[in-house]
Design a protein around this ligand. Structure first.
Ligand SMILES: [Mg+2]
Ligand SMILES: [Zn+2]
Length: 193
């Protein structure tokens, strides 16, 4: 069985750029290669699942998304890190154009991208995680049935501050300031499980 770290992309791995699609705009966040190295050394598969409504809206193409993902892996490989697989949702239920206007299963918080991953990996849900910077990432992880971590990069810190201010119960299982913190937490939790 595969223990898997499911990662959101924008705001979690790379700097949030509105409708990122050009390789030259890709900036990997500090510590991300290190976090991925820690997980890989511990035997985790690293899988990105990302909503790419920019395709639906006609701002860029599936080819652009795939090129960007290849570029991301080239950058990570220079630092000894690597993503095992990328799955993306190119749809949007309202703003999509043509075939991309669709109520789909894959758009997070739907579980369709996890199901795509299950065709390629033997996901051990009890030992897998979903990490992202938005509530929909956490909700997707919950819908699928894996442990969820909100990361403080991207929109994460702001979301957490809002929830704390309103005195709400955390909607995530754990909050990590950075992806390295998340990696250290998971490795520690694994030893204790
Ligand atoms: Mg994000
Ligand atoms: Zn979709």
């Amino acid at each position: 069985m595969d223990k898997v770290i499911f990662l959101d992309r924008d705001g979690t791995i790379n700097e949030e750029v509105h409708y990122l699609h050009r390789p030259e705009d890709l900036k990997i966040l500090p510590g991300v290669p290190q976090a991925i190295r820690l997980w890989r050394q511990a035997g985790y598969k690293i899988i990105v699942i990302t909503n790419q409504a920019g395709v639906a809206r006609g701002y860029y193409t599936c080819q652009d998304v795939e090129n960007l993902h290849r570029h991301m892996n080239r950058m990570l490989e220079k630092e000894g890190a690597r993503i095992d697989a990328f799955y993306y949702c190119p749809h949007h239920p309202e703003y999509g154009i043509g075939i991309y206007k669709k109520v789909c299963r894959c758009r997070k918080p739907g579980v369709g991208m996890f199901e795509m991953a299950e065709r390629d990996f033997a996901v051990d849900k009890a030992r897998s995680y979903m990490i992202g910077d938005k509530a929909l990432d956490i909700q997707a992880g919950k819908n699928y049935g894996v442990y969820s971590i909100l990361v403080g990069t991207g929109y994460g810190a702001g979301l957490r501050a809002e929830a704390v201010e309103k005195g709400e119960q955390p909607f995530y299982d754990f909050y990590a300031e950075t992806l390295v913190d998340a990696a250290e937490f998971i490795l520690k939790r694994e030893r204790e499980l």
